[in-house]
Write a protein that binds this ligand. Structure first.
Ligand code: PFF
Length: 453
């Protein structure tokens, strides 16, 4: 059992270190290539408002609960449950999150590898004057290559391992303190470029203009599901990151920062992408087609477009990497806390996740015909199981645990730390945590299961 004594356990050097790491975890591929498109087709500003409400009623309570659970126990997800409810089976739900992080990192590293490969391509000027058809052919031959995507995937996992291996302050915190401000600057440059292009307003309207006629019931579920994945809740990452937070810190203000900044980055990503896409007369899209086919063609048509291509793909690689390290830290911290392993065990964990990720990568080429769940190919099946089943399930257990077992008032008292600053809207939280959030999670869970299969 736990061999690491509390005194030797590493902590963030300050609250800013924690906030940047948590934003780094939240801001990832999901928030950059999925949020803006989903917002655009679901009523733009109307969706953004519904998303903010979803953050308030679902994302924020789970985020707060996870961070507080981790901070007060100073333990990994399993250890945190055991600390707060010894000799009960609650700790089992911690395993759901750990399994989710392993599966997510496995398929996330497929795309992480692609972003690294495309960053290098952008640096070598490969997208010089590429047309959209050429970009499609280029992407097709890249993912169909037998080795290249797997080697890039290995490189992505390798970087993730090396950062985590250096520990909390020297590895994770230092990386985020460097990459997150850089990501912010790059994003601002890309937004300014995009919104000043001729015809950019159509793209701005796509994301921001509220079109309530596009809002259906599905819109609400989309927004609720998105609040989960893009805030990185339900996987135990925030319990783990919270466990490195000093008892002195006030958590509500840190949570406020994480929520505000990661939402702003998602919106800014939309403003960096769609005005440029519309300005060149292309149709909006999401996911791989948008990022690896449409955008290289967009950049090729902009003055000094190669520079913007480098900025964009580097930004995407950074966003993916800072999310990946938060995912890898979860099983790593579990093995350290609960089984007394040294941090070197990361080579085994990272290596295993790499092997698990290979079929995900190959499901875009040689294994494309294999479907695992329903009609879904390997990559989508892993995404489905982790994002649509395990994350909501583990998030539901966290919120039920805090609401009904540990107690909301104990959690809130712990959240405030020692600086005496209270939590805003104190009377609002018990009813939300005990009733509103669990019911919303159950609704999203059922919706996602029935619409995806
Ligand atoms: N929030 C990340 C994104 O939007 O891409 C994905 C993610 C990271 C989900 C870490 C869950 C997690 F624990």
């Amino acid at each position: 059992m736990a061999s690491t004594s509390k005194s030797s356990r590493e902590q963030w050097s300050n609250k800013m270190g924690f906030i940047l790491a948590a934003i780094g975890s939240a801001v990832g591929l999901g928030s950059i290539w999925r949020f803006p498109f989903v917002a655009g087709v679901n009523g733009g500003g109307a969706f953004v408002l519904i998303y903010l409400l979803s953050i308030l009623l679902l994302g924020l309570p789970v985020l707060l609960s996870e961070i507080v659970m981790g901070r007060s126990a100073q333990k990994n997800p399993i250890g945190a449950y055991r600390h707060h409810a010894p000799n009960t089976p609650w700790f089992l739900s911690g395993y759901i999150g750990i399994v989710a992080t392993i599966i997510i990192l496995a398929f996330y590293s497929t795309i992480g590898g692609w972003t690294l490969a495309y960053t290098l391509e952008a640096v070598t000027g490969a997208f010089g004057s590429i047309t959209i058809d050429q970009a499609e052919v280029r992407f097709g031959s890249f993912i169909n290559n037998a080795w290249s995507p797997i080697l890039w995937q290995a490189a992505f996992i390798g970087f993730t391992i090396l950062i985590c291996l250096s520990g909390i302050q020297k590895g994770i915190e230092r990386t985020n303190k460097f990459l997150m401000p850089l990501l912010g600057i790059m994003l601002i440059i890309l937004v300014v470029r995009a919104v000043t292009l001729p015809g950019a307003m159509e793209g701005v309207r796509f994301i921001l203009f509220p079109d309530w006629s596009a809002v259906t019931w599905t819109t609400f579920f989309e927004a609720l599901g998105m609040a989960f994945f893009s805030l990185s809740v339900g996987a135990g990452t925030m319990i783990t990151y919270g466990s490195y937070l000093s008892r002195q810190e006030n958590i509500p203000s840190a949570v406020g920062n994480v929520v505000v900044f990661s939402t702003l980055v998602s919106l800014a990503a939309g403003l960096a992408i769609f005005p440029a896409v519309f300005s060149l007369g292309y149709t909006p899209d999401a996911g791989p087609a948008l990022v690896f086919i449409t955008l290289p063609a967009v950049f090729a048509h902009l003055p000094v477009g190669s520079l913007f291509a480098i900025l964009f793909f580097a930004l995407l690689s950074f966003a993916a990497l800072t999310s990946a390290i938060s995912l890898l830290e979860v099983p790593l911290r579990y093995l350290q806390d609960e089984h007394g392993f040294s941090r070197q065990i990361i080579w085994l964990v990272g290596g295993g996740i790499f092997l698990l990720g290979i079929p995900a990568t190959l499901s875009f080429s040689s294994l494309a015909d294999i479907s695992v769940i329903g009609q879904l190919p390997i990559f989508d099946s892993m995404d489905f199981v982790a994002s649509n089943v395990l994350l909501p399930l583990s998030g539901l257990f966290v919120i039920l645990f805090v609401g009904w077992k540990w107690g909301v008032s104990k959690m809130l008292a712990e959240a405030e730390g020692v600086d005496g600053k209270g939590i805003p809207a104190r009377s609002f939280w018990p009813i939300v945590i005990r009733w509103v959030t669990p019911l919303l999670i159950i609704a999203v869970f059922l919706f996602q299961i029935f619409t995806s299969l």
